[in-house]
Design a binder for this molecule. Structure first.
Ligand code: GN1
Ligand code: MG
Length: 364
């Protein structure tokens, strides 16, 4: 850890055992994570994380959300008589002063949690892992339907399509990087479907669609599996906040059911994988059906289309703004991502009828 005095940070937290080694963990793009290896009777290992407070500006609210969520899930698992609970929900460590984070003299924010032993993450989505992921994210939402207090927005309006269209329109009118001519046709195509894609916000204002506590970053690598391949728990809780359930359902399929990466410039590789869609949807409805309204279920195909559409608008706005948000590796990177997500959106729309038919077959 370059120039960071780990010992003084670790000393702020109420941990057991003696620290033997601190080494980098995982490949997260937002926070920095370290595995803290300890020795001593019954002392667990820990994860130390530096919270990226440029993205998550209200760390106190963020950690408050996470504490509410993890203690609620823990109570639920206890009440259900679940075994091995310490491996099925994250456990955060208190720092001096009683908060679950520590702000160092340089203004960096740190938190610690117990390292879940004998757990693995997966990167590849297969029909089997998509099914398990659907079930796990649905179960996560289901456990949180009755959280005892309201949670804050860790990134306000994160998945609000109306806001994303406003941001795109602003980028178009500023044309800060002088790139508008090149992408006018894409802007027009997005504008054609914008109203339809903003229907969640309309329905919410009419009181017909609820917001629920969602994960909002549902990737297959945000779950831990045990050594037999069974899901242990959902991790990476920074974006847990009120949203439409479409966030969890739709964003998983945006990455998981695209046959290629979101920045593949060869659009002939982009296609929507029905097998993954079916497996994920089956798993998700197994655990989420009990609390979803008929309208939420009816709109699941809309959610599948919404996320590539929204991501296309976000990448395009960033391209027009001159690449100020997403990291890029070459000048047209955001343009390639934009075209890729648009191609995925179009392909998803070709599956509208078959997605609806499949969901009906599961629910009637
Ligand atoms: C960002 O960096 P990553 O993959 O965790 C973004 C997501 C986008 C994604 C697109 C906080 O997530 O919303 O879907 O890029 N996260 C934030 O690759 O903006
Ligand atoms: Mg993540």
């Amino acid at each position: 850890m370059n120039n960071i005095d780990t010992a003084s940070i670790l000393a702020q937290f109420d941990i057991m055992g003696t620290v033997e080694q601190v080494k980098p963990l995982g490949n997260g793009l937002i926070n920095d994570s370290y595995h803290v290896i300890t020795t001593g009777d019954d002392a667990p290992d820990y994860v130390l994380q530096r919270i990226n407070n440029a993205i998550f500006t209200d760390v106190d609210l963020l950690q408050h959300n996470i504490e509410v969520v993890t203690s609620h899930i823990r109570r639920k698992l206890l009440a259900a008589g679940t075994d091995d609970i310490d491996r099925k929900v994250l456990q955060f460590i208190k720092a001096r002063g009683g908060k679950t984070y520590y702000r160092d003299d340089a203004g960096r924010y740190w938190r610690m949690m117990v390292f879940i032993p004998h757990s693995i993450t997966r990167e590849a989505v297969t029909p089997a892992s998509a099914h398990d992921a659907g079930k796990a994210f649905g179960h996560f939402e289901q456990m949180l339907v009755d959280v005892p207090e309201p949670l804050g927005d860790t990134i306000p309006d994160f998945h609000n399509m109306e806001l994303r269209m406003r941001q795109l329109r602003e980028a178009v009118s500023n044309d800060a990087a002088g790139r508008l001519d090149e992408v006018r046709d894409i802007v027009e195509e997005l504008e054609r479907d914008a109203d339809e894609m903003c229907q969640a916000e309309h329905l919410y204002r009419e009181g017909r669609l609820p917001k629920r506590i969602c994960h909002c970053d549902t990737k297959v690598n945000n779950m831990l599996f045990d050594e037999d391949g069974q899901v242990l728990c959902v991790i990476d809780l920074d974006t847990v906040m009120p949203s439409f359930i479409f966030s969890d359902y739709g964003d998983f399929l945006r990455t998981g059911a695209n046959m290629t990466a979101e920045d593949d410039p060869d659009l002939s590789h982009v296609s929507f994988d029905e097998e993954i869609f079916k497996a994920f949807t089956t798993g998700y409805l197994e655990s989420a059906r009990s609390f979803l309204t008929p309208l939420e279920i009816e709109l699941l195909p809309y959610a599948v289309a919404l996320f590539p559409f929204m991501q296309c608008a976000r990448f395009l706005a960033d391209y027009l703004n001159g690449d100020t948000y997403y990291k890029i590796k070459y000048p047209a990177h955001n343009l390639d991502r934009t075209r890729n997500q648009l191609a995925l959106y179009r392909d998803v729309r070709r599956h509208d009828a078959s997605m609806t038919a499949f969901i009906s077959s599961l629910t009637t």
